[in-house]
Design a protein around this ligand. Sequence first.
Ligand code: ASP
Length: 411
Amino acid sequence: MQDSPRPKANSRFILLLFAGMILGGIFGSVAARPFAFIDLLGDLFLGALKMLILPLIASSMIVGVSSLGDVRKLGRLGGFTLLYYLSTTVTAVILGLILVNVIKPGASAGMETAVAMEVADYSFLDVIRGIIPSKFFGAIISEGQVLPLIFFSLFLGSVITMVGEKGRPVLSFFEGLFHVSMKMTHLVVATAPIGVFALVATQMGQAGGWTGFYPVLKSLGLYSATVMAGLLLHGGVTLPIALMIFGRRSPLRFARDMIEPLVLSFSTASSSATLPVTMEALDKKAGVDPKVGNFVLPLGATINMDGTALYEAIAAVFIAQSFGIDLSLPAMITIVLTATLAAIGAAGIPQAGLVTMVMVLHSVGLPAEGVGMILAVDWFLDRCRTTVNVWGDAVGGAVVERAVNRRLSRS
Ligand code: ASP
């Protein structure tokens, strides 16, 4: 196991984060209604995190790619990263399918939970189109889309290496921007206990407190339990095994290093908003080579979503079971494929998976309105699956780092 000297995780701060989360849950439960001031605090915190995404992703990816120096190295890094993303996502979908077929949470579900819902159509072509949208900078700046930003940064970073000396000032600018963005992240994170408190309290208040949420959770109980069991198994068994075998790290210690992004991902329900904190923790706490982390994490926050993939598979089969539809083996295989694509296509923002699930439902002939059935518990499951998404990205950073470095030391 790797035992590199690195700064110790600050236990007092971790305690404060957990206290913020738990107190927020209790406060929101007791109050059972949203408070404008607390809502504002949460919005400010979330806004501050989102504000960091653009400078941080652009600078880290441009510097990272141009410092690789050689397109072949980028190819190797990209290859290992995609291999990791794909294999863990497909494993998560298969685990979800096994669980939902064994537990059969939809067999006894009444259709009374269905809610009429307007759903937009969504196809995989939209995912591809989203990489280079027609209003490119508008999509990045006003809509906050991350995929075009990643594309642009990779492109710019690679071209800097082709231009040579003349491109040097551009690179120096982004190097400076990267250090400044990291420092800003650090300062924003210092307010996280309050931000986390506000976000959790507001959400719990909106759900009508525990007494409002409990009946909903109960009526969709078996479905929620199936998703939670899948997330626990994937996050607590599959990914730690991958981390031990391929990343040669202790999962417990790694989890402790990543505790801040994990708490934040649950509180924000957004991989993208958590990204600055994940990058900081992976580099400063876990000691993963930033050249690898700064490539694996931004891409992972948008396209690697194990928790979302697992949930998409379970939800689709649950909806089929509730409608009394028996899915054949080819239909299950179709779900493996489309749930993987739907997770890739989902943006790292709250409940994005609910939208891309339409693609999975369509692929096996289920009505898109089925998503209305699971809407009531989705905000909660979204937070749980986002935590697994972020955990999967972080584990990916450690696994890919070792794969790339081993390969380099051999060649
Ligand atoms: N909220 C999730 C994320 O940001 C995406 C989703 O599954 O809805 O990772």
